[in-house]
Design a protein around this ligand. Sequence first.
Ligand code: GRF
Length: 193
Amino acid sequence: MKKIKTAILISGRGSNMENLIKACKDDNFPAEIALVISNKKDAKGLEIAALNGIATKFIDHKNFSSRAEFDAQMSLEIEKHNCQIVCLAGFMRLLSSEFVEKWYNRAINIHPSYLPHFKGADAVGDAIKAGANFSGCTVHLLRSEMDEGPILVQAKVAIEPSDTKESLAAKILKKEHEIYPQALKKLCEMVVL
Ligand code: GRF
């Protein structure tokens, strides 16, 4: 099976990244992770990727005078590694419209809520504060508006009265690790090379 080369963008811990790397090790999984890019030098995910023998690249967004220039540098690296798909996994920067256009229907993001509920940077905290009885996680195609775009896979997580932000975050993360590989597989099936 010819696997589709995929790049992952991270900013930190990289547990979703690690989980995607693991899923891709299956010969029958349609993607292979060929590159991990981080905008943070000390992102733990960079170490994990390197330990898995995957090419890594730190690109400091502070070295670029505009978002579009930083994004263009990322695109250059992604193309250099012949990647056709981009997965955002805890990448903590908004992407320019140029980047979104370039990777239109080839880039996906994971968000820790059952979208369209609780968009934004503190989705887990917001679900707790709202007293919601469920939240979840969503993988969607990347679009210019934050946490918007056609949904590929999503899952609900029940919120118990005893849940804290931390306990809910842990439950959601577990679900994220289930759905992100499913969504990447789905995208691979959609992408016409
Ligand atoms: C996840 O909760 C993801 O939904 C959000 O950022 C977190 C990243 O966690 N976008 P990790 O770096 O994959 O462990």
